[in-house]
Design a protein around this ligand. Structure first.
Ligand SMILES: [Zn+2]
Length: 451
C-alpha cells in the first residue's frame, strides 16, 4: 500500500514548502501539493515538523570486521539512524582486512549481513603496492577510493607518496570515481614534533598537540593534490579539511574548473582549540581542531559554497586507547566519536548564524550523495529516490547525554554539548527504523554500489 508523508514544511530541492510525499514501496513516487493526499494511501501527517531527506555521511569508520571491539555495523548504523543518517560510507581502514582488494571487500560484505540498520557503502583503499587491485574494486562497485599521505595510524594501511598517487590516478583514469585523500604531509609534522620533544613539551596540553600538526602540513598536501587533479583530470576529494589556510588555493583551483571537492567535519565547526581542556583526549583527531578564527573561516567557506559538505569522520576506539587517565595527546588514539550527532550539533551553530535548513540538507545529504555517485537515489526528497525520510523537530533545544550516544563506546566530546533540533523519526526506504529513542523492525540496510 502507498503511504503519504505530509507536513507544512517539507524540505525539497526547491526549498521548504507545504507538501505531501507519496511513497510506493521503497521509493518516492511523487512530491505533491500539501492537499493532494491519495485516498488509498496511509497518511502520516507531521503537522509543521520538518520532513527532510535522510542524511548521507560519507566519512565513517565502522571498524568491522576485525576491530568490532572498537565499533561495528550494528552499533554504528543504529547511531546513524538515531541521528537521521540513512546512508553511510565506510572507510577502508581500521577494519581487518583493510579494504584494499576485492577479497577484503567480500569479507566486509559478509560481516555486514543482518547488522546494518541503514544503507551503507564501502570506499576502496589505495595503499602503496595495490595499484593492480583497483580495477577489481571498481568492477565490484565501490563508489570511490581513499588514501593517506601520512601514516594512517594503521600499519596495514600504508600511506602513499606522489609516485604512488600518480600510479593510482593512472589506474583510476576514465572511471569517474573520486579519490578521497587524507591531506597532511609528514615533514612539517615530524619537524614540529621533534622541536616539541626537544623542548620537553607537556603532551597533556592541547596547545602542544595542535602545534605538532601545523597548518602547513595540510596546505602542502593540498597544493600537490591540486596539481595532480589538473594533470590527470581526476576528481580529488579532500576529506576533513581543518585549516582555513588552504582555502585560497582550493577556491582558485575550483574557479579554474578542476574537479576538487572538499569536506569539513562537524567537530571543526562545533569546537575550538581555545576551549579544549588539557588532558581531554576525546578531542584528539587529525588534522586537529584549530582556533576560533579558523573555525569562523571554515563556517564562512561553507556558507559561500567553497566547502561542499559536512561529514562526521566518526572514528572511535576502545576508551582505554584514548588514554584519558594519563591525558597525553601524543599517546591517545586520534579520532572523534560522533556518528548521529552532527545534525543537531551543527544546526545549533548554523541556526545562530541565520543559516537555513536547506543549506544543512545540501551539506549533509545531497552533496555527499553526489560524491558517492548516489545522486537521484539518495540525499533528496524527489520522485524516484529512495524513501529515506527524516522527521526533524528543528526548534527543539536539548543537551546531548550519554543515552543519546548510540555508538559502542560512550566517550565523545559531544557529551554535554547543547544542541538544536531533534530527529523524531527516521524512515529507510519506506519503513520506520527509528522513532523517539526506539529502533523498529530488523536491520534491513543494503549495500549501495556505484551504478
Ligand atoms: Zn577518517
Amino acid at each position: 500500500m502507498a503511504q503519504s508523508f505530509r507536513s507544512q514544511r517539507v524540505l525539497t530541492p526547491e526549498g521548504i514548502r507545504p507538501a505531501t510525499v507519496v511513497v510506493e514501496g521503497e521509493r518516492i513516487a511523487a512530491v505533491l501539493d500539501w492537499s493532494d493526499v491519495a485516498p488509498d494511501a496511509a497518511l502520516n501527517d507531521y503537522g509543521d515538523l520538518v520532513l527532510m531527506p535522510g542524511l548521507v555521511d560519507t566519512h565513517v569508520h565502522i571498524n568491522e570486521p576485525g576491530r568490532t571491539g572498537w565499533e561495528g555495523f550494528w552499533t554504528a548504523t543504529q547511531a546513524a539512524a538515531s541521528g537521521g543518517v540513512t546512508t553511510l560510507v565506510d572507510m577502508p581502514l581500521n577494519c581487518i582486512p583493510e579494504t584494499t582488494d576485492v577479497a577484503a571487500l567480500e569479507v566486509k560484505r559478509t560481516a555486514a549481513q543482518g547488522k546494518a540498520w541503514v544503507d551503507w557503502a564501502a570506499w576502496g583503499g589505495v595503499v602503496r603496492g595495490n595499484a593492480d587491485s583497483l580495477p577489481g574494486l571498481v568492477d565490484a562497485g565501490v563508489p570511490g577510493f581513499k588514501c593517506f599521505m601520512i601514516h594512517s595510524g594503521i600499519d596495514g594501511f600504508a600511506w602513499v607518496d606522489e609516485k604512488d598517487l600518480r600510479l593510482a590516478l593512472e589506474n583510476l583514469r576514465g572511471t569517474g570515481l573520486p579519490l578521497l585523500v587524507h591531506a597532511e604531509v609528514a615533514r612539517p609534522i615530524e619537524a614540529a614534533t621533534r622541536t616539541l620533544n626537544e623542548s620537553g613539551a607537556d603532551w597533556r596540553t592541547y596547545k602542544n598537540y595542535l602545534a605538532s600538526r601545523p597548518d602547513e602540513a595540510e596546505v602542502g598536501a593540498i597544493e600537490l593534490l591540486i596539481c595532480l587533479a589538473e594533470e590527470f583530470g581526476a576528481h580529488i576529494h579532500i576529506v576533513h579539511l581543518a585549516t582555513a589556510r588552504a582555502l585560497p588555493a582550493l577556491v582558485e583551483a575550483r574557479k579554474r574548473g578542476l574537479a576538487v571537492t572538499v569536506e569539513t567535519c562537524a567537530h571543526y565547526l562545533c569546537f575550538t582549540s581555545e576551549e579544549i581542556p588539557d588532558g581531554a583526549t576525546e578531542y584528539k583527531c587529525a588534522p586537529p581542531i584549530r582556533n576560533a578564527e579558523n573555525r569562523e573561516r571554515l563556517l564562512q567557506a561553507l556558507e559561500s559554497g567553497d566547502i561542499d559538505m559536512i561529514t562526521t569522520d566518526h572514528s572511535p576506539c576502545p576508551p582505554a586507547m584514548k588514554c584519558r587517565d594519563e591525558g597525553r595527546f601524543d599517546k591517545a588514539w586520534g579520532g572523534i566519536a560522533s556518528l548521529g550527532l552532527a545534525l543537531p550539533a551543527v544546526w545549533r551553530v548554523m541556526h545562530s548564524r541565520g543559516v537555513k535548513l536547506e543549506s544543512m540538507a545540501r551539506w549533509m545529504a545531497s552533496a555527499p550523495a553526489r560524491l558517492a555517485g548516489f545522486e537521484g537515489r539518495k540525499g533528496a526528497l524527489v520522485a524516484g529516490a529512495d524513501a529515506d525520510i527524516v522527521v526533524f523537530d528543528d526548534a527543539a533545544e536539548w543537551t546531548i547525554g550519554k543515552d543519546d550516544l548510540r555508538f559502542r563506546h560512550k566517550l565523545s566530546p559531544y557529551l554535554g554539548l547543547n544542541a538544536r533540533g531533534r530527529v523524531r523519526e527516521t524512515w529507510l526506504r519506506g519503513e520506520l527504523v527509528y522513532s523517539a529513542g526506539t529502533f523498529f523492525g530488523s536491520p534491513r540496510g543494503k549495500e549501495q554500489v556505484r551504478a
